[in-house]
Design a protein around this ligand. Structure first.
Ligand SMILES: [Zn+2]
Length: 426
């Protein structure tokens, strides 16, 4: 009894089995037909409404298409019209609660979400993939790819790290409940998963990493110093954003030292709607590419230190956690445009408990714009031309994020005007 955790689908046992095997990836039959039809009509109306506005206003995280998208001219998912996409773990959670003691198995079930079932409920279609370890779904015009035993998902071609590896059992793929709640669902259902209201992007605070006595990483052979490069890049971003009518300030305008918490605190002082910390990376000589960090959710491991993370740090609650959805939306769009514009190696959207990400009073992300320790990439970064491209990519990311926020808020205003309900949880 405790082994089954997916009671939400009101279908027969046989249908559930087919779903598990990916044979019927759509909500049909048993889901209340009237409701389905109503939803379909509603979605159609919404699609029409969205077609009339610029494409950069979908209520999903994806403010703009990623480079490898062939069909992203389509309107993005209108997620907030999906009332029955509930995680599979609900039933499991109930079991775990009621059968206290000896319910190790139920606890495990409660902590996982079956991607096959959940994405089928979203209306995603499973696609054939030659590689047996990989599974891919198409949801509207986006792809979601999971790979057995790997702690990441490839969301429309962009790597997004999760806390625990994807597990596979009898053809079903599972991620943890917290990875579903804190990463997958927010990217597709930002309006429904956000813990704080979206705020329109009017003021941006840029944080040039390091400074003063803290030079950051260095490449002596190339004469590169991180603190100088970050300040130069931030100033370029500022110039470009101001041309778009956004009010921009920097945590430091000169070569001065600032503690990480001070940088975050400035977000409130300056009334920022958005905080982006700019850095350059170092690592093994061969490492190259770009990565974007956001605050690790409570109870999760950070991407780079799964083994070293202290238990206390795992559970400490930071005010930045309330921004999780918007942090992720911001990071996804920044990383998308950095990868696309620079043609750089995609090292993914990652999680870390960096001091400046813990409690700025607005959504925050940290971009690592390339490895100065890598000779080839370092030589590029040394040129103003390349740093200008980096600045343009960051601006494109912020603009795409702004588009998502505007889309979410505009949709909310339309709903309020019509008196319709708020989006339900995925
Ligand atoms: Zn740095």
């Amino acid at each position: 009894m405790r082994t089954r955790t997916t009671r939400i689908w009101a279908g027969t046992k046989e249908k559930r089995k087919m779903l598990r095997e990916g044979e019927i990836p759509r909500r049909t039959g048993s889901a209340a037909p009237a409701l389905s039809a109503l939803l379909a009509a509603f979605a159609l109306c919404a699609a029409f409404a969205l077609c009339a506005v610029p494409l950069l206003t979908p209520p999903a995280a994806f403010g703009a298409p990623s480079s490898n998208a062939k069909d992203d001219k389509k309107v993005a998912p209108k997620n907030d019209k999906k009332p029955d996409a509930k995680p599979d773990s609900k039933a499991g959670a109930k079991v775990a609660k009621s059968a206290a003691g000896g319910a190790k198995r139920a606890t495990l079930a409660a902590a996982t979400v079956n991607l096959n079932l959940t994405l089928a409920r979203w209306g995603a279609k499973r696609e054939f993939v030659r590689d047996k370890e990989t599974v891919r779904w198409r949801y509207r015009s986006f792809t979601i790819e999971a790979r057995k035993d790997k702690a990441y998902l490839d969301i429309h071609g962009l790597r997004v790290f999760i806390s625990a590896p994807v597990r596979e059992k009898h053809g079903s793929y599972f991620i943890t409940r917290s990875d579903y709640d804190d990463t997958l669902a927010p990217l597709f259902y930002p309006a429904a998963t956000a813990k704080t209201a979206a705020r329109r992007v009017r003021r941006v605070l840029l944080d040039p990493g390091h400074g003063g006595k803290m030079p950051g990483t260095e490449n002596k052979a190339l004469g590169l110093e991180e603190k100088t490069l970050t300040l130069d890049t931030a100033k370029r971003v500022k110039t470009l954003l101001e041309k778009k009518g956004i009010i921009v300030s920097l945590t430091r305008e000169t070569d001065t030292h600032l503690e990480l918490a001070e940088r975050a605190a400035l977000a409130k002082v300056r009334g920022a709607d958005l905080f982006v910390s700019i850095h350059y990376n170092s690592g093994p000589a061969s490492a190259d590419g770009v990565e974007t960090y956001v605050l690790t959710p409570v109870g999760q491991y950070s991407t780079n230190d799964a083994r070293r993370a202290a238990a206390g740090a795992l559970t400490s609650v930071e005010s930045g956690h309330k921004q999780n959805t918007w942090n992720l939306v911001l990071a996804y769009n920044l990383q998308t445009h950095l990868v696309k514009k620079l043609g750089a190696n995609d090292r993914g959207v990652r999680r870390a408990r960096f001091g400046m990400l813990k409690d700025p009073a607005c959504p925050a992300a940290l971009v690592e714009c390339g490895f100065i320790s890598n000779t080839a990439e370092g030589k590029k970064i040394a040129t103003g031309e390349h740093r200008e491209k980096i600045a343009q990519a960051i601006v494109a990311g912020i603009t795409a994020y702004k588009g998502v926020i505007d889309g979410v808020l505009d949709a909310a205003e339309r709903r309020a005007h019509r008196g319709t309900a708020a989006p339900r949880k995925p």
